[in-house]
Design a protein around this ligand. Structure first.
Ligand code: FPP
Ligand code: MG
Ligand code: MG
Length: 386
């Protein structure tokens, strides 16, 4: 129609960056122990969304044109940070890491993108950050599927089914180790601290989820308390990684404190909205659509936003939430009540409000294709089907 603005497709904006990603990450966690090698790469080779790396790339490009700290020089700073610099690792580390072994010809060095005569958009260090973020995310999936007894992921048998629990756990740990090495090699203390904190927060989020809240589920007046606990859990479990990696992208790009903070706020609200929609999809999608078990949360005893809102209308949900849907028929009954209630609609409204806050946070960034991409990510999060 007349006047229609061509829509930005976020994954197309950063397609060059995304194209090498999977291969690069597989190099980062390659090992000569076959079981470990296969299990570490198992989810990386599947049909993942690469959502987090995409956001890191978009944020890197959107902040590339935003204000920089005084004295920041893009090219030299990127080069100074490579592993070829005076603070390169000692000899003993070189043997075991693909950067320095025969794989090095295939692994792109940290500073390969850009050069003195090119306009740098995504720095090598920011690209490595995106790889580290996906490594950490994949490690949590390996562990999560053991904890959740999941049998499918990304449309395939889950890694715990394919390789067994022991290898799935060890491969997750191994990937965290590899991610830490590459994180340290970025030689940026704030970025190391941000991502190390994320790993700790992911563990806390998982434990928050396993534990019951202190709320008294007999009384719906505790709804607010329950929702706050749920949102805190959701930050730890999902928004921490996205928000802190958005900030890390801005840090690596030499952004001012204001820009770093805006990047963080964007990521935090995007992450919260993302997980709220995930919790909606658990009620509304089929296992085929999402490539992992649907209707899983209630079966696992987990109360998420849709059931908390439904509890407002149907007080009988309180005791079921309290006993973690453990009595026969609880999960089926609760599911039906959620669908009869405004729970899903109200969760969507909350997700929308997080998206609005995220959009506001980056509104001060200069107009760019990447910023439009970050805005479109917010639209797509609300309408995604998997
Ligand atoms: C997926 O949630 C799980 C997470 C986002 C975090 C899991 C964190 C851990 C298992 C602990 C920390 C582990 C490491 C390696 C730091 P979900 O089960 O709701 O989603 P799903 O439907 O995709 O399984
Ligand atoms: Mg799970
Ligand atoms: Mg889980």
């Amino acid at each position: 129609p007349l006047g229609a603005v061509p829509k930005v497709i976020p994954e197309n904006v950063v397609a060059p960056e995304l194209s090498h990603l999977k291969q690069q990450i597989q190099l980062l966690c390659s090992t000569n122990l076959p079981g470990l090698d296969i299990t570490s790469k198992y989810y990386l080779q599947a049909n993942g969304k690469l959502f987090r790396p995409m956001v890191v790339f978009l944020m890197s490009r959107a902040t590339a044109v935003a204000p920089k700290k005084e004295g920041w020089k893009t090219v030299s700073s990127a080069l100074e940070r490579t592993f070829n610099n005076p603070v390169a690792p000692p000899e003993i580390l070189k043997d075991f890491n693909p950067d320095f072994s025969t794989l090095s010809s295939k692994l792109m060095p940290v500073d390969i993108i850009g050069g003195p005569d090119q306009i740098i958009q995504v720095l090598g260090s920011q690209r490595r950050l995106a790889e580290i973020v996906e490594l950490i995310h994949t490690a949590t999936l390996l562990h999560d599927d053991v904890i959740d007894h999941a049998e499918t992921r990304r449309g395939k048998p889950s890694a715990n089914v394919f390789s067994g629990n022991k290898l799935a756990i060890l491969a997750g740990d191994y990937m965290l180790g590899r991610a830490s090495v590459y994180l340290a090699r970025l030689r940026d203390p704030e970025v190391i601290e941000l991502l190390a904190e994320v790993i700790a927060e992911l563990v806390k989020g998982e434990l928050f989820q396993l534990q019951n809240t202190s709320a008294d589920y007999q009384s719906p007046e505790y709804l607010e308390q329950s929702l706050n606990y749920y949102l805190e859990k959701t930050y730890l479990k999902s928004a921490s990684l996205i928000s802190k990696s958005c900030r890390a992208a801005a840090v690596l790009g030499g952004s001012t404190n204001e820009v770093r903070e805006a990047a963080y706020i964007y990521g935090k609200n995007l992450g919260l909205a993302f997980q709220l929609v995930d919790d909606i999809l658990d009620y509304t999608s089929s296992s085929e659509e999402i490539g992992k078990p649907a209707s899983a949360d209630l079966e696992l005893g987990l109360a998420t936003a849709p059931v908390f809102y439904a509890w407002e209308e149907y007080p009988e949900l309180g005791p079921m939430i309290a006993r973690q849907f453990s009595e026969p028929g609880d999960a089926i009954k609760a599911r039906a009540l959620v669908h009869q209630s405004q729970g899903i609609q109200k969760t969507r409204v909350l997700a929308q409000s997080f998206c609005d806050t995220a959009r506001q946070a980056i509104s001060t960034f200069p107009d760019s294709e990447a910023r439009a991409g970050l805005e479109e990510v917010l639209n797509k999060v609300l309408t995604r089907k998997r």
